[in-house]
Design a protein around this ligand. Structure first.
Ligand code: AKG
Length: 271
C-alpha cells in the first residue's frame, strides 16, 4: 500500500505527478535515490545512537525552543518507552552548533550533522518545489524559503511488557512535510489509509526515507494534499528514528495560492 517513489529514474514531469498522487491519496510515501547518501545516513544513525548514551545531566541541557522541541524522557502510559532530543531550526548552522554544544558532540559528529542538515534541507526544498510544480503554481521556489525545520531524534526503548503497545499516539504533523529516517532494522511506524480508516505498517527499507505531509500541506493546497495520521507501535527491539519537520511560515499565516481556489474549490481555510 505504501508507495515507493524513485527520485532518480523518472522525468521531472512524471516524478512530480507521482509525488502529487501519493500526497493526495495517502499523504505519505517512501522515496529512494533521494540524494542523501547511504553513508551519510549510516553515520547520522551512529551519531544519534551515541548522543542518547550521554548522561542524563548532559541530555537535559538540550532545552526547548518550542514546547516539546528539546529533551524529553517522560515515560507515561501513552509513551512508555520514548526518549527524544531536538532542535529548532535544522536549517540554521548556528542552532545546530548550539545543539552540538549542549550534547558535547565531537568535531566529527558535528560535521556529520551539518552535512546531514544540508542534505535534508535540500531534499525538503526539492520536494516542496516539485509539489508546487505538479499543480502548475507560479511560485515554486519562494513560498517555503524561510520556513524552519524542526529536528527530532527519537529512541524507543524496548521493554518486553510494552511490545505491541502504542509508543507514539496517532497524530498528524502540524508542519508542511516531514522527512523521516526510520530505523532500517526495526519497524513500528504505522500510517492510516484515509479511504478505509485502517492503519498499515511501514516496513523498514534500507537507504530510503519516508515522507509525511502535515496540516500545513492541506491548508496550502486548499484540501488537496492529505495530512497523514500516523503512530508508532513498540516492537521487540530498541528503535531509533531521525525526523525533520519542514514547518511553515513563522510570521505570517499560510494561505492557499489562488491557483488552488475556484468555484468548484472554494477557500476552505481562512487565515
Ligand atoms: C513524530 O515524531 O511525529 C513521529 O511520528 C515519530 C515517527 C517515528 O519515530 O518513526
Amino acid at each position: 500500500v505504501f508507495p515507493t517513489i524513485d527520485m532518480g529514474e523518472l522525468s521531472d514531469e512524471i516524478l512530480n505527478q507521482k509525488l502529487r498522487e501519493a500526497g493526495e491519496r495517502l499523504g505519505c510515501f517512501r522515496v529512494i535515490n533521494h540524494g542523501v547518501s547511504l553513508s551519510l545516513m549510516s553515520e547520522m544513525k551512529k551519531t544519534v545512537m551515541d548522543l542518547f548514551e550521554r548522561p542524563y545531566e548532559v541530555k537535559v541541557r538540550n532545552t526547548d525552543v518550542l514546547p516539546g522541541s528539546g529533551y524529553r524522557f517522560r515515560p507515561s502510559e501513552t509513551n512508555p518507552n520514548y526518549e527524544a532530543l531536538g532542535l529548532l531550526d535544522l536549517a540554521s548552522p548556528q542552532a545546530l552548533n548550539t545543539f552540538c554544544d549542549q550534547l558535547d558532540a565531537s568535531a566529527e559528529q558535528r560535521e556529520i550533522m551539518l552535512k546531514y542538515a544540508e542534505a535534508i534541507h535540500g531534499l525538503a526544498k526539492d520536494l516542496s518545489r516539485r509539489l508546487a510544480e505538479s499543480y502548475g503554481l507560479a511560485d515554486t521556489t519562494n513560498f517555503f524559503k524561510s520556513w524552519p525545520i524542526q529536528f527530532s531524534i527519537n529512541k524507543y526503548h524496548f521493554k518486553p511488557e510494552t511490545v505491541g503497545k502504542v509508543g507514539v499516539q496517532a497524530h498528524t504533523d502540524f508542519g508542511f512535510l516531514t522527512i523521516l529516517q526510520d530505523d532500517e532494522n526495526v519497524g513500528g511506524f504505522e500510517a492510516m489509509d484515509p479511504s478505509s480508516g485502517t492503519f498499515f505498517p511501514l516496513s523498514p527499507l534500507t537507504n530510503s526515507l519516508a515522507i509525511n505531509l502535515g496540516d500545513m500541506a492541506t491548508i496550502w493546497s486548499n484540501g488537496r494534499l492529505g495530512s497523514v495520521k500516523h503512530r508508532v507501535r513498540c516492537e521487540a527491539k530498541t528503535r531509533f528514528s531521525i525526523v525533520s519537520f519542514l514547518l511553515g511560515p513563522v510570521d505570517t499565516d499560510l494561505e492557499a495560492p489562488s491557483e488552488f481556489v475556484d468555484d468548484e474549490h472554494p477557500r476552505l481555510y481562512k487565515p
